[in-house]
Design a protein around this ligand. Structure first.
Ligand code: AP5
Ligand code: MG
Length: 190
């Protein structure tokens, strides 16, 4: 059983590493950003609600995001564990995740904070803009996402640290090396 939250600024490598850890640990990676982008591409009502926020680099309102995560984590494949990439992202979402897990009678094993310097992540995301064309990978929106991270998301690392769940892993270096670091750091939990 492996229930892990991945924290870290935009561009730290959460999505890249979540996919690799999901393979290694045999649990699904659940990315709130990916779910929003799939809904935007599919023209759903959820997508129409989310798009104004994601395009500006603002958090989508908690009631929308929380309901989406509660329903995703109730799916059968998440019963044996999950890697959450991009959720929770503020203190209220930490409480909602606590409530979801309590309903399922389970607990979180670890909250991993992937660290990376601001200028490195900005460089990675500007490069990704040329490859994937994500609407929010423009320099002003990237800088705003970093500010939102600092203000709203970074403080939740302290909450998980108080619970003894926080693990910090250096996100700089080759992708495979970072995965190895993560697996080593998670060994006691995973
Ligand atoms: P989200 O999709 O989560 O975006 P983000 O947090 O800004 O993070 P990124 O996906 O940009 O970066 P990442 O850390 O996943 O890095 P990646 O592996 O891609 O959220 C998007 C939006 O959705 C939010 O702004 C918000 O509007 C909304 N949203 C999402 N969750 C929400 C929530 N809980 N509440 C409310 N709103 C929410 O890597 C980045 C690039 O670097 C890639 O090109 C990759 O190939 C490259 N790279 C990765 N690792 C390395 C490495 N080791 N060396 C060199 N390059 C690397
Ligand atoms: Mg991502």
């Amino acid at each position: 059983m492996t229930r892990i939250v991945l924290l870290g600024p935009p561009g730290a490598g959460k999505g890249t590493q979540a996919a690799r850890l999901a393979d290694a640990l045999g649990v699904p990676a659940v990315s709130t950003g990916d779910i929003f982008r799939a809904n935007i591409a599919g023209g759903t009502e959820l997508g129409r609600t989310a798009q104004g926020y994601t395009s500006r680099g603002e958090l989508v309102p908690d009631e929308v995001t929380n309901a989406m995560v509660a329903s995703r984590l109730a799916e059968a494949d998440a019963a044996a564990g999950f890697l959450l990439d991009g959720y929770p992202r503020n203190v209220a979402q930490v409480s909602e995740l606590d409530a979801i897990l309590a309903r399922h009678g389970v607990r979180l094993d670890a909250a991993v904070e992937l660290t990376a310097d601001t200028e490195v992540v900005v460089g990675r995301l500007l490069h990704r803009a040329t490859v994937e064309g994500r609407e929010d990978d423009t320099e002003p929106v990237i800088r705003h996402r970093l500010e939102v991270y600092r203000e709203q998301t970074a403080p939740i690392a302290a909450l998980y640290a108080e619970r003894g769940l926080l693990v910090r892993v250096d996100g700089i270096g080759e992708v495979a090396d970072v995965t190895e670091r993560l697996l080593t750091a998670l060994r006691p939990a995973a």
